[in-house]
Design a binder for this molecule. Structure first.
Ligand SMILES: [Zn+2]
Ligand SMILES: [Zn+2]
Length: 237
């Protein structure tokens, strides 16, 4: 059964809606872990109690490790592995998944609604940044691109920033202002490879007077960190 590039799949861990092509896959996706085989573990990794007929093994769906029912009792959403329903997780994984629930329920909406920022551009870190003006920064509905729409018509010779392919991001840095009275978040620096494989740096600059722009920057940082985590996992497999 395939719909919108996704297909329903049942594993021992639960029901999943898995993308069947690159374009319908999420840049934040994580692979389902292989379960540690039952015979390899004699006691719970959390409370160290021995497993026996009454104290059964339970596998955490996020890390695949073995726990007793008490230590694996968190039922939480796990969108990054395409699970449809909440799944069983250990304490450590529950902390991560809880933070990601907020990302999926609030963060994505903030990112897709977009926000106006001052953009600076440069092709390597030593170069003096080129100011490019104000742009509406938005995450695309498929979560794969950050787009920049000029706030007012551009002069004819202007070079607007190219969009950022989220999966081409190499590094992302939160910039903080350290000097009072304007201490606090200053913006975001995104290092990525453009279409011709050149490393480009976009600086997304916060307006100190606009406190409401901060969530966009913080969620974008989280999104790009999650993308890096997904990419690292692909490399290691
Ligand atoms: Zn336990
Ligand atoms: Zn776990």
């Amino acid at each position: 059964m395939e719909r919108n590039g996704k297909t329903l799949s049942k594993s021992t861990s639960g029901l999943r809606m898995i993308p069947t092509n690159e374009l319908s896959s999420s840049p934040f996706a994580l692979e389902e872990p292989a379960w540690i085989p039952d015979q390899q573990v004699t006691l719970c990794l959390g409370c160290q109690k021995n497993f026996d007929f009454f104290n059964r093994r339970h596998h955490c769906r996020r890390c695949g490790r073995c726990y007793c029912s008490n230590c694996c009792s968190h039922n939480l959403r796990l969108d990054r592995m395409y699970f449809i329903d909440p799944v069983k997780q250990c304490y450590e994984c529950a902390v991560l998944s809880k933070a990601e629930e907020d990302f999926y329920s609030d963060g994505l909406t903030v990112l897709m609604n977009g926000r106006q920022f001052n953009i600076q551009d440069r092709s390597w870190d030593g170069e003096i940044p080129k100011p490019l003006g104000m742009y509406l920064c938005r995450l695309s509905p498929d979560h794969r691109m950050i787009t920049f729409t000029p706030s007012k018509p551009l002069p004819r010779d202007a070079l607007p920033p190219s969009l950022v392919q989220v999966t081409h991001v190499i590094d992302v840095v939160l910039k903080e202002r350290t000097k009072e009275p304007l201490a606090g978040l200053n913006g975001l620096k995104i290092y990525y490879k453009d279409d011709v494989n050149v490393t480009v740096v976009h600086c997304i600059q916060l307006d100190p007077a606009d406190e409401r722009s901060q969530p966009w920057v913080r969620w974008a940082y989280k999104a790009l960190q999650m993308t890096a985590e997904s990419k690292n996992q692909e490399v290691h497999q």
